[in-house]
Ligand binder design. Structure first.
Ligand SMILES: NC(=O)c1ccc[n+]([C@@H]2O[C@H](COP(=O)([O-])OP(=O)(O)OC[C@H]3O[C@@H](n4cnc5c(N)ncnc54)[C@H](OP(=O)(O)O)[C@@H]3O)[C@@H](O)[C@H]2O)c1
Length: 252
């Protein structure tokens, strides 16, 4: 059903982006992942994705560097041309950063890094790629369950993801005439490198979070990737401007 479609996943070199790239590829989409620094890691991911039988490629992109977006759009166009394509069908804005700390400890640099990456990067990448996105395409923005529940030390990160959710709803209205669906996926605590790998490696934190989650554990990256792939699919073609929380029922 999805064969011939092409998806771009930002921050696809590891974590949830990696799992999303694999989930989309398993459903027959060609996948372009972006990576920020480690070209060798990105090439490994490309090989992983190709193992599913799908086409895959990697392009370098720092989403906080908005001035680099015109050059990135040219790189993307060249990659699409290599696949005899001119359009993207799916954009997953996954790249993001969380720098957690109390009111007193958050620095201006921390604040700017989170806002520049999570909000500014997401908005201007959508702006840059909207002309390349096919009519009828889909955009998924990765938010967080922290926009619904509250923990001390997460204020700026949660605010950045709340902004992502508002962008999602507003851009769903603006891009609706082109039949582009725009939705947000809000993962709960998931075992990746995120926050220093705490949700994966800190047994006490995992235990505490598991006890606060209806399904009794933290999430695995594949569970977020599969949810994003489901939201992209034709089965959910009438869904736009929504926030899908994928958290196993965290902090209900
Ligand atoms: N894991 C969780 O518990 C959780 C929960 C809720 C929401 N999320 C969200 O899910 C998304 C993915 O997180 P994750 O768990 O996969 O975290 P992760 O393992 O730390 O991976 C983060 C990804 O984002 C990329 N990235 C960060 N800043 C970037 C920038 N300026 N330009 C380009 N790429 C950048 C990283 O690239 P590099 O490899 O170059 O650093 C990496 O690919 C994020 O938006 C995060 O906020 C995660």
């Amino acid at each position: 059903m999805e064969s011939g479609r092409i998806a771009l996943v930002t921050g696809g070199n590891r974590g949830l982006g990696w799992a999303t790239a694999r989930a989309l590829a398993r459903r027959g989409l060609g996948v372009i992942i972006t990576y920020r620094g480690d070209a060798r890691e990105a090439e490994e991911t490309v090989k992983n994705v190709q193992e599913t039988g799908a086409a895959a490629a990697a392009l370098r992109l720092d989403v906080s560097d908005v001035a680099s977006f015109p050059a990135f759009v040219s790189d993307l166009a060249a990659q699409l041309e290599r696949w005899d394509a001119t359009r993207l069908d799916v954009l997953v804005n996954n790249a993001g950063v969380g720098l957690f700390g109390s009111l007193e400890s958050v620095t201006v640099d921390d604040y700017d890094t989170m806002m520049d990456t999570n909000v500014r990067g997401t908005f201007f990448l959508i702006q840059a790629l909207a002309p390349v996105l096919a009519d009828g395409g889909r955009i998924i923005n990765v938010s967080s369950s922290l926009t619904r529940h509250t923990s001390a030390g997460t204020s700026v990160y949660s605010a950045s993801k709340a902004a992502v959710e508002v962008l999602t709803r507003t851009l769903a209205v603006e891009l609706g005439p082109r039949k582009i669906r725009v939705n947000a996926v809000a993962p709960g605590p998931t075992a990746t490198d995120f926050n220093g790998g705490a949700m994966r490696d800190d047994a006490r934190l995992r235990e505490g979070l598991s006890a606060q989650t209806a399904l009794g554990r933290v999430g695995e990256p594949q569970e977020i990737g599969d949810a994003i792939a489901a939201l992209v699919s034709e089965d959910l073609r009438w869904v736009t401007a929504q926030r899908l929380e994928v958290s196993g029922g965290a902090l209900l």
